[in-house]
Design a binder for this molecule. Sequence first.
Ligand code: NAP
Length: 344
Amino acid sequence: MPRRQNQPQHHSRRPSAVNAQPELIRWGVIGPGRAAGRFAQGLAGVPNTALHAVWGRNPARALDYAQRFNVPHLAADIPSLLAAPIQAVYVATHPDTHAAFCCAALDSGKHVLCEKPAALNVPQLESILEAAHRNGRLFMEAMKPPFFPLYQKLRARLAADPIGSIGFVRAGHCDSTLSPDYPLHFRELGGGSILGIGPYEAFLALDWLGDLKRVHAIGRLNEHGVDSFALFQTEHARGMAQLHTGIDLLSLGDALLCAPGGYVRIHANWWNPARATIHYRDGREVLLDEPFLHGGFNYETAHFCNLVRGGNRESPEITHALSLAMARLLQDARLQLGVQFPGE
Ligand SMILES: NC(=O)c1ccc[n+]([C@@H]2O[C@H](COP(=O)([O-])OP(=O)(O)OC[C@H]3O[C@@H](n4cnc5c(N)ncnc54)[C@H](OP(=O)(O)O)[C@@H]3O)[C@@H](O)[C@H]2O)c1
């Protein structure tokens, strides 16, 4: 298969002042499904990276992925993937296997970007963070919204022309169009709307309102024992949030941030943010319009690659503490509805 690389072949592990070409980051993918396809689309927009290896448990699907994205190394198993000349692994299986694959990759000395939610529950996330620490490798949960141009523009605009401290966040999303075999319907895959959709809502509330104090959830379960709809209210250091997630209804998918001096609406789909309107108390309305490129996974991946190049072991944006706080919020909400996963 032809070798794909997003920028010139020439690279240096330790860029000098004379040769400032950033280090080439070669990636391996575990779990070539929907998210991994969008990761490959995004990586094509990140300079000095290459999608070098892929492993999937279904050989036909892995081959199809390798052919679609020109991945030169189709690994027969995990050890073969981890022995490939890659620096970073993207884990995009379902949450029930994130911990096992992340720990294997970290123990082999690779840096890991793992899809949201980073793990099924808090203890599994702690095991991943321990593996990252033990091996001195970078681990980051793939929580993409803050890296989008719109989100960064919104933060900058509110810093320059403030509305005051955000005290209420309302956000949520329901999608009843998912096919009956979609992984979110099943308990054994770590499904349910809270774990599948809720990581974004948890991120937004924690990002604007600070540390979590408590969660109160109500909802309903489907015939497989996972939440098909959940409504949860959270109290934080600086305010409160009302969040919802669902897979048996349809909802808009926008987000609202309220402050004394005005409010912000991040237009749907807020987790792929491209437009927001700031409504100031004095009547002004400011529309921010920042389209995203390459499907949007490219921004978090570029951030991750730069952290690798800089020798960092934790993202300053998606910190380990933030991932743990998201996991705790989601776990509390889910357990209040009686959703437990196998082995818990
Ligand atoms: N950031 C985003 O915008 C975004 C979007 C979608 C999903 N996600 C996240 O990405 C993850 C995957 O979701 P998806 O929609 O991409 O699922 P998907 O399309 O079903 O792909 C999952 C992949 O993992 C593989 N897999 C599943 N269980 C496995 C196991 N036990 N051992 C080995 N491989 C296994 C699947 O193999 P088979 O093909 O053999 O089943 C498939 O290759 C989830 O955590 C989800 O929340 C993120």
